[in-house]
Design a protein around this ligand. Structure first.
Ligand code: KIV
Ligand code: ZN
Length: 516
């Protein structure tokens, strides 16, 4: 495949994906996802927005220092302090990119930036030149390009190419575009900008009208050679274009596309699961490619057709995107080393022997309850918060729940809050309700339960249940996860995980808010 024919996949799960309310990730979680993205072989990983918070700076730095086979990118407004911070975070990257942006639509320039178009061009050029002092790989985005004037877009893009931008990313920031129109926009920009051949055109579409993937593909048909997308379509508001849909459409419809990606598509489902379990954003069953029903044929006519000849009803193979039977990986008699090696293969490394020992002892507890341990169980085991116990203010010590026909369920819960033991009990409509009330009787979090969901991690009645709890407090949202073979215990863990997140200070800046 020549370079011109490569479709560059720029994954922004760790940056735009993280902007979904409640989807914020810790440094270690970002590193785990970045390793999964490296196994997936995406070209560029946008790891975060380094100026946003010290935590995000550390996360981008850690990803840059870990990832060898993808370019690692940091976002920066067109401001010196943002660019310097991004440059610093990326300094040890094997291949680092700075992505700088400024809004170009009349409404954003006038109402948000309060700047004239001339000032915006000047600031964009200055930002690109400054970013070039850190790396040759500089990307520029005219924010809200989908609602910007074409003449102004041509002017600013020509100027930033001259200043050294090598990728021009055209964002449909508010998800307003329609496929034929967005495709035409890319074609027009490529035609009208005199130095367009010196840069790669990229697109970044939001899904407010459900058109992010269609718009991105229309752009690719008109010469865009980079698509910005996220795993499971995670992202601000209705999300970004879903990576799995873009990649598989281009692969399945090679009759229509003159480019292809370098991805190992068998890593798509494992990556989707990891992102879903870390962020707590469940994948809907009918979601294309990665939904549980995406390859399930229910109707007799379809089943019969598939049995006779698979291609009667299937346009791609489930195994090509990573769906396979749950693979048993470890059992009750597996040793510590086998456990460590298997987790390394899944991209999980332990910082200390103590951490490994704690995880191994939890693995042994699980293996006592569950005969076969699958890859998915291991993922849940390390996502499960007790591994991060050192940083959590609230910990579950023990619990007892009584549930009997004709009787009101009762829960007794013992917790540690900042090292101090507390005991609480309550009754409730069901065992989970009683458990949450018992916890609240002790901690008075004043939060509201917005979502409660349980998923079986693997099949079988001895499967672990993975519970997601979403809490809201004063406009802040936190997702918590917990996994256990007992779903009431998993529920308590998930609830405490969400409260622990609410207890942490939040100091992140948001890239699209505030003046540049
Ligand atoms: O949606 C958007 O405009 C963005 C930019 C920062 C590229 O996320
Ligand atoms: Zn965006």
């Amino acid at each position: 495949m020549s370079n011109q024919e490569r479709l560059i996949i720029f994954d922004t799960t760790l940056r735009d994906g993280e902007q979904s309310p409640g989807a914020s990730m810790t440094r270690d979680e970002k590193v785990r996802i970045a390793k999964a993205l490296e196994r997936l072989r995406v070209d560029v990983i946008e790891a975060g927005f380094p100026i946003a918070s010290p935590g995000d700076f550390e996360a981008v730095k850690a990803v840059a220092e870990t990832i060898k086979d993808c370019t690692v990118c940091g976002l920066a407004r067109a401001l010196d302090k943002d660019i310097d911070r991004a440059g610093e975070a990326l300094k040890n990257a094997n291949s680092g990119r700075i992505h700088t942006f400024i809004a170009t639509s009349p409404i954003h320039m006038e109402k948000k930036l309060r700047m004239t178009p001339d000032q915006v061009v000047e600031q964009a050029v200055h930002a690109v030149k400054r970013a070039r002092q850190y790396t040759d790989d500089v990307e520029f985005s005219p924010e809200d390009a989908g609602r910007s004037e074409i003449d102004f877009l041509c002017r600013i893009l020509e100027a930033v190419i001259d200043a050294g931008a090598r990728t021009l990313n055209i964002p449909d920031t508010v998800g307003y575009a329609i496929p034929h129109q967005f495709g035409q926009l890319i074609a027009t920009l490529r035609e009208r900008i005199p130095n367009a051949d010196k840069a790669i055109f990229s697109v970044h579409c939001h899904n407010d009208l459900g058109l992010a993937v269609a718009n991105s593909l229309a752009a690719v048909r008109n010469g865009a050679r980079q698509v910005e997308c996220t795993i499971n379509g995670l992202g601000e508001r209705a999300g970004n274009a879903a990576l799995e849909e873009i990649v598989m459409t281009v692969k399945v419809r090679q009759d229509l596309f003159t480019c292809d990606t370098r991805l190992d598509t068998t890593q798509i489902v494992p990556c989707s699961r990891l992102v879903s379990s870390i962020t707590g954003f469940a994948v809907q069953p009918n979601k294309a490619i990665v939904g549980a029903n995406a390859f399930a044929h229910e109707s007799g006519i379809h089943q019969d057709g598939v049995l006779k000849h698979r291609e009667t009803y299937e346009i791609m193979r489930a195994e090509d995107v990573g769906w396979n039977e749950n693979r048993m990986v470890l059992g009750k008699h597996s040793g510590r080393n086998a456990f460590r090696v298997r987790l390394q293969e899944l991209g999980v490394n332990f910082d200390s022997e103590d951490e490994l020992n704690a995880a191994f002892s939890r693995f042994k507890d699980l293996a006592d309850k569950k005969h076969e341990i699958f890859e998915e169980d291991l993922q849940a085991l390390v996502t499960d918060t007790t591994l991060d116990a050192a940083n959590e203010r609230l910990k579950l010590i023990s619990m007892r729940v009584c549930s009997e026909t004709g009787e009101t369920p009762q829960a007794h819960v013992v917790l540690l809050l900042d090292g101090e033991e507390m005991r609480g009990e309550a009754s409730g409509g069901g065992p989970v309700d009683a458990t949450f009330k018992a916890i609240e009787a002790m901690i008075h979090s004043n939060s509201t339960l917005k979502l409660y969901s349980v998923n079986a991690i693997t099949s079988g009645t001895d499967a672990q249940g993975e519970v997601t709890v979403r809490l809201e407090k004063g406009g802040r949202i936190a997702n918590g996860q917990g996994a256990d073979t007992d779903i009431v215990i998993a529920s308590a863990k998930a609830y405490l995980n969400a409260v622990n997140k609410l207890l942490k200070p939040q100091e992140r800046a948001h890239p699209q808010k505030g003046n540049v």
